[in-house]
Each structure stands twice: as structure tokens, then as C-alpha cells.
Design a protein around this ligand. Structure first.
Ligand SMILES: Cc1cc2nc3c(=O)[nH]c(=O)nc-3n(C[C@H](O)[C@H](O)[C@H](O)COP(=O)(O)O)c2cc1C
Length: 324
């Protein structure tokens, strides 16, 4: 009996994996089949040295891609057992997935999987409609199911305290010319298989905005108007902050985002206060949480976002060379 995954299973699952979000849409992942297992590695050629010097963002993105891989395999009836960072001598290998006992997918897996192709960052203003209590609970459950926590910032003073931290982190980042140059390098005005299309970048920010937006070169807005009335801002955190914790957090991030998509919500990510160490610590202290904040999300109802491009499956696969 063949006990491993096949190339066909690898290709099908990778088509979903690459829909995961990544910092500046850098898509820092590679996939291969080794001894019947699917392996996901971080791609050192796609590092963002100025924005992500520690590799935190690349590991979050790989974790999110891993969650999509797990879902795709489970929905195809071939769920996987996962080992994170399986080889100490090969730290670039983020995860190895081997076949578990075949079983039928659960309805929850099916609905999350159906959300993979419908999830996009939505950076446009959200409508005033509040996120219902049972949906808030589901978002928290999604994080807990992946060993993480989700803190919902409730009330004007919690959101204002967070906004102060986020704006000051954004100022720190914006002062660095290398950071600004790297961001500009990943904004796309022509069709490209990676980077952030200016049209997906959301409207440009205005001085009165509560939350700092990344300048992806979006369209300008009417001056002097508030961005949106009251977004739901949530902070995702993990127990620790090792490379493995960051992979765990990436999986939780994707589960929360897909849960939001499944509930008809839009979401965008905001990581300036995570990228600046002092801001991250201030955020952790303001939440009174143990562990480490790993991502901030803005969640709400709004117009549908638009898909951003991805490299094709063949460009992210390392397949053994077949002898002629
Ligand atoms: C680690 C990480 C950090 C991110 N930080 C931000 C951010 O600060 N601002 C933002 O607008 N989007 C942020 N994003 C979202 C990416 O820009 C987005 O996922 C990417 O452009 C692909 O687009 P999509 O989410 O629509 O598929 C982040 C994503 C990841 C994984």
C-alpha cells in the first residue's frame, strides 16, 4: 500500500495554500514531496530584510499557508498529521505533513475551505453595522482551536489606547528609508504575480485617521472625513514567541480570517505595532496578557474585497527531477 501523499495531492493542496496572506504579498513559501510527506519551507529569496528582519512575518505567512494545506487535505478526505519544524539541521523546513487515517471532512472544515478563495484583505472603510456577539465568540473560538488567544478591543478607550500605540509604531517605521523603499518596491501599478496592487491597497490615509494604514498607493479620499465609524479591532496572540509559536500563530490567523469570511465579514491586517518591539510590548501590557501579540486585525461588514495575484503552483514547487 502507498503510505505517502502523491504529486497530484500535493499540487491540489498547494493551489489552496498559496491563497494565504503574506507581508506585502511576498509569498515566502516553497513546497515539496519528500519520502511521501508534504514539506513546507520558508523561501529565503523572498525575505523582506527591512520590514521583517527577524523572519517573523515570513513564518506567520507560512503558518497561514499551512492551515490552508491542512484544510485542503482534510476536505479531500486525506487529513494530515503535522510536525512543525521537524528537522533541527534544516531550520528552513517549517512543517512536514504525512497522511493520517482517511475520513470524511467535517461540515466546519468544508465551510472554512470554501472561504479560502473568498478571503481577501479588505482595507476599505467598513459599514457601521456591529459584528454580532455570536460571531465574535466564533472568532475567539477559531483562535483557541489553534492554541492562540484573540483579544477583542471593546469600547472607545480600548480602541483609542491601541490606536496611539499603532500610530507611534507606524511613525517609527516610516522614519526608516529602507522600510519605505521596500514598501514602495512591493506596490504594483502593472500586473504582477506578487506584491500589492495599488487598487487593493485601500484608500489613502488622512491625518485625522484613528488607525495607521500602510501606504500601498491607494486612491485618495475626500479630505477631513472620518475613515469609518467604529471598527472591531482584535489582537491575536500566542503563548510564546519562538519560531514554532509564530507558525502556530499563522495557522490561528488563517483560521480566524476564514471564520470571518465564512460569517460574511471583511478583514484587514495591521502589523506595524507587532513589527516595532517597543510597541509590541506596550500592546501586550495594555492587554494585560501573557504571551505575545502576533497580529492585529480590523474586522467588519463592507463591500467585498478583491483578490490579489499569486504565483502559480509550478513556481512554488520543488519536485524531484525525473530522469529522461
Ligand atoms: C505577517 C503579515 C503582516 C501583514 N501586515 C499588513 C499591514 O500592516 N497592513 C496591511 O494592509 N496588510 C497587511 N498584511 C496583509 C498583506 O498585505 C496581504 O495578505 C497581501 O497583500 C495579500 O493580499 P490578500 O490578503 O488580499 O490575499 C499582512 C499580512 C501578513 C501575513
Amino acid at each position: 500500500m502507498d503510505t505517502g501523499f502523491t504529486v497530484a495531492q500535493l499540487r491540489a493542496a498547494v493551489a489552496d495554500a498559496v491563497r494565504a496572506p503574506s507581508l506585502h504579498n511576498s509569498q515566502p513559501w516553497r513546497f515539496r514531496l519528500r519520502d511521501g510527506g508534504i514539506e513546507l519551507s520558508v523561501d529565503p529569496a523572498r525575505r523582506l530584510p527591512a520590514t521583517d528582519p527577524s523572519g517573523w512575518g515570513a513564518r506567520i505567512a507560512c503558518g497561514a499557508a499551512l492551515f490552508n494545506l491542512r484544510l485542503a487535505l482534510a476536505v479531500a478526505g486525506t487529513p494530515a498529521r503535522v510536525r512543525l519544524r521537524p528537522y533541527p539541521a534544516e531550520p528552513e523546513v517549517m512543517a512536514r505533513l504525512v497522511p493520517d487515517l482517511p475520513r470524511r471532512p467535517t461540515p466546519a472544515e468544508q465551510s472554512l475551505h470554501a472561504a479560502v478563495a473568498r478571503r481577501f484583505s479588505n482595507r476599505a472603510p467598513f459599514w457601521p453595522d456591529p459584528v454580532p456577539a455570536d460571531t465574535r465568540w466564533r472568532l475567539g473560538e477559531a483562535a483557541r482551536a489553534e492554541q492562540c488567544w484573540l483579544e477583542l478591543l471593546i469600547g472607545v478607550s480600548a480602541v483609542n489606547a491601541f490606536a496611539e500605540i499603532a500610530r507611534s509604531a507606524n511613525r517609527v517605521l516610516e522614519r526608516d528609508p529602507d522600510y519605505r523603499a521596500e514598501l514602495a518596491e512591493w506596490v504594483r501599478t502593472e500586473p504582477a504575480p506578487d506584491g500589492v496592487p495599488a487598487a487593493a491597497g485601500g484608500p489613502q490615509s488622512e491625518p485625522q485617521d484613528l488607525l495607521p494604514a500602510r501606504g500601498f498607493g491607494g486612491r485618495s479620499r475626500a479630505p477631513g472625513r472620518d475613515f469609518e465609524p467604529e471598527p472591531l479591532v482584535v489582537v491575536l496572540g500566542s503563548a510564546g514567541n519562538t519560531a514554532t509559536d509564530q507558525l502556530v500563530a499563522g495557522q490561528a490567523l488563517q483560521r480566524v480570517l476564514l471564520t470571518a469570511t465564512d460569517a460574511g465579514l471583511g478583514a484587514s491586517m495591521m502589523s506595524q505595532p507587532i513589527e516595532v518591539p517597543g510597541a509590541r510590548e506596550a500592546l501586550r501590557l495594555s492587554l494585560g496578557r501573557f504571551g505575545t501579540p502576533q497580529m492585529v486585525m480590523r474586522i467588519g461588514y463592507g463591500q467585498l474585497g478583491r483578490p490579489t495575484p499569486r504565483r502559480g503552483v509550478d513556481e512554488v514547487l520543488d519536485l524531484p527531477v525525473v530522469p529522461a
